[in-house]
Ligand binder design. Structure first.
Ligand code: ZN
Ligand code: ZN
Length: 354
């Protein structure tokens, strides 16, 4: 049990005037309890009590992973033991951004308490990372770098996108990740114009640009990095555009420090691309928070109200996507510091011919 995190959560619960809070989103369950059993568990936390509900398949695992919890064997969403445990609570918070409407109705009917939708409470606690989390994210990034180095040395014309993606997935695990943090993106030539394209059967040819976006979970925390390389030779258009995207990306990284608004960084990155008339091809936001989930707060987007704070972990990932031509994205993960940032992903950002 992470007492500090639970204390902070209790503070937020008090502010939101609930007697107890039912947590079912797997990343939040893990964050508070250490339990890795995913969606087969939920927590009920009140001012005094900490209950963990899961079923008998996890009897041993829960002993190993979670001390300090009153474990009740009931597979969520079972209600008998939950009813019992929550009898004294008049107002129970639920994760309205996560639970189904059906579960909400069932809880209302079966618990006899007022069910209060609360959105993003635990996520709020998760924005700034503690030392152990930062170490996991450093490690995840280091594995990503090692994978990129390996893949860059074997990537060649004649391989399909899906073959390269499979190799990346394999290497992530071989180097210590439990699984991919998200579906690996490998897109080549004109397919690189799809920011979130799926790797397909297209065979990579000489002169193709290849964008690879990947990351793996290390002890629950995912890495996230993107590099666009070019196979055998780079033409002048690619060289030119690559340098412009790199300039935008480096502009973004250089601005990162506590107190800066996500929106300001996004704007600066966009302005940099605008100088070259490339901003119209930048189809997503500049970056996002990273942690137990691949996309977390804060957001670095045109509409973001988020202000960076120390020990947030974010990505800076501008890209251009030009239909019929292709695309380029460069993404690094960084830790926000008081006066700057610590870049976690160290793979070379200079134009790379493989
Ligand atoms: Zn990415
Ligand atoms: Zn990303």
């Amino acid at each position: 049990m992470n007492k500090k995190r639970i204390e902070k959560l209790r503070h937020l619960m008090e502010k939101n005037q609930v007697d107890a809070f039912l947590i079912s989103k797997p990343e939040n369950v893990r964050y508070l309890s250490g339990f890795t059993g995913g969606s087969d568990a939920c927590l009920l936390i009140s001012a005094q009590e900490n209950y963990l509900f899961t079923d008998s398949r996890y009897r041993e695992q829960v002993k190993r992973e979670c001390s300090g919890w009153q474990v009740l064997e009931e597979r969520p969403p079972g209600f008998e033991k939950l009813q019992e445990a929550s009898r004294a609570y008049k107002r129970i918070g639920v994760e309205s951004h996560y639970i189904t409407y059906q579960l909400f109705l069932d809880l209302e009917q079966k618990l006899g308490s007022k069910i209060v939708g609360l959105s993003g409470l635990v996520e709020e606690l998760r924005i700034c990372k503690d030392t152990s989390e930062l170490n996991c994210l450093r490690q995840a990034a280091q594995i990503g770098d090692a994978v990129f180095s390996d893949i860059a040395s074997v990537l060649k014309a004649g391989q399909s996108e899906i073959q390269v993606a499979n190799q990346i997935g394999y290497l992530l695990k071989e180097k210590g990740c439990s699984k991919e943090g998200f579906d690996t993106i490998v897109v080549s030539a004109e397919n690189a114009a799809l920011p979130h394209g799926q790797p397909g059967s297209r065979i990579i040819e000489t002169g193709d640009m290849v964008t690879m976006d990947f990351g793996g979970f290390f002890q629950g925390y995912t890495g996230d990095m993107t590099r666009t390389v070019v196979v055998n030779l780079a033409d002048s258009i690619f060289r030119d555009r690559y340098l412009k995207v790199l300039e935008a990306q480096q502009t973004g990284v250089a601005m990162v420090k506590a107190g800066v608004r996500g929106q300001e960084i996004d704007q600066a990155v966009r302005n940099c691309l605008k100088k070259y008339d490339l901003d119209q091809y930048f189809l997503h936001s500049t970056g996002h928070g990273l942690g137990l989930e691949i996309h977390e707060q804060p957001r670095l987007s045109p509409l973001s109200e988020d202000v960076l704070a120390e020990n947030m972990v974010i990505t800076i990932e501008p890209g251009v996507y030009i239909p019929g031509w292709g695309g380029i994205r460069i993404e690094d993960s960084v830790i926000v510091k008081r006066d700057g940032c610590e870049v976690l992903t160290h793979s070379d950002r200079n134009l790379k011919i493989v």
